[in-house]
Design a protein around this ligand. Structure first.
Ligand SMILES: Nc1ncnc2c1ncn2[C@@H]1O[C@H](COP(=O)(O)OP(=O)(O)OP(=O)(O)O)[C@@H](O)[C@H]1O
Ligand SMILES: [Mg+2]
Length: 233
């Protein structure tokens, strides 16, 4: 299953949570391969393990067993410090709630992921890129505003720019439109799809939206902790 073009390779990933004496088996042997530039929807009923899978791909959680290779790195073997660097440099995250810092401006929020870099040139080039990215999502005129002055959809677009600021190889989104009204949700979906189409950003989106899933290149359906045959290849 190994391929140099893969940005995500999971092999026989098992995830079991332990609650007291009880073991909850969530992922029961998930193998998948996602190539650079793909757009993939992850669907399935509530509790089927979509967020767990996305968190494992995003190195925010560890598999109980199995291997996880992201952008060529065997992340299941890396320590927490190396993982934090890896996440920061190569992955972008968008969640259902934007998690913007309320006391910071839009521009400052967008630059937060660059602050961990020890290289001042990284911050410098990000500071140059940020206004252009904000312009692209139609928010360049709101750079000095705080999140409380923005709508939910606007905040989520800021979160997209924040996820892109370090030019990640892989963009991971967990129900990014879940908290938005339908018009804002459509706008955000269109933005994500455009980033995939025009910039070649590899995109994995957990979504309950059938309309969004249909627009993605491929849909993975989690069922009983596994990925049966693809819905659409
Ligand atoms: N840290 C944890 N400890 C124990 N159980 C957990 C933990 N995280 C998730 N689970 C359990 O794992 C199962 C899958 O959860 P997960 O959040 O991945 O589902 P989901 O498909 O994202 O659901 P939703 O659509 O509601 O967001 C659930 O039964 C959940 O209770
Ligand atoms: Mg979830």
């Amino acid at each position: 299953m190994s391929s140099v073009k893969s940005v995500v390779e999971l092999s026989e990933v098992i995830k079991t949570f332990h609650r007291g004496d009880e073991a909850v088996s969530v992922l029961k042997g998930v193998s998948l391969s996602i190539s650079h530039g793909e757009s993939v929807a992850v669907v399935g009923p509530s509790g089927s393990g979509k967020s767990t899978l996305l968190n494992i791909i995003g190195t925010l959680d560890h598999p109980s067993s199995g291997s996880v290779t992201i952008d060529g790195e065997q992340v299941h073997e890396m320590n927490e410090l190396a993982l934090a660097d890896f996440r920061n440099q190569r992955l972008g995250f968008i969640f259902q709630s934007h998690h913007l810092l309320p006391q910071c401006t839009v521009l400052e929020n967008v630059l937060v992921p660059t602050l961990a870099s020890r290289d001042p040139r990284v911050l410098e080039s990000a500071a140059e890129r940020a206004p252009a990215l904000l312009k692209r999502v139609g928010l360049d005129h709101r750079m000095g505003h705080r999140p409380s002055q923005l709508s939910g959809g606007e905040c989520q677009r800021v979160a997209v720019v924040r996820a892109l600021i370090n030019q990640p190889k892989l963009l991971l989104a967990d129900e990014p439109t879940g908290a938005l009204d339908s018009q804002s949700a459509d706008g955000l979906s269109e933005l994500l799809l455009e980033l995939n189409r025009e910039d070649g950003v590899t995109l994995i989106v957990v979504t309950h939206s059938i309309a969004l899933a249909k627009q993605m290149g491929r849909t993975l359906e989690l069922s009983d902790g596994a990925l049966p045959a693809p819905l659409r290849a």
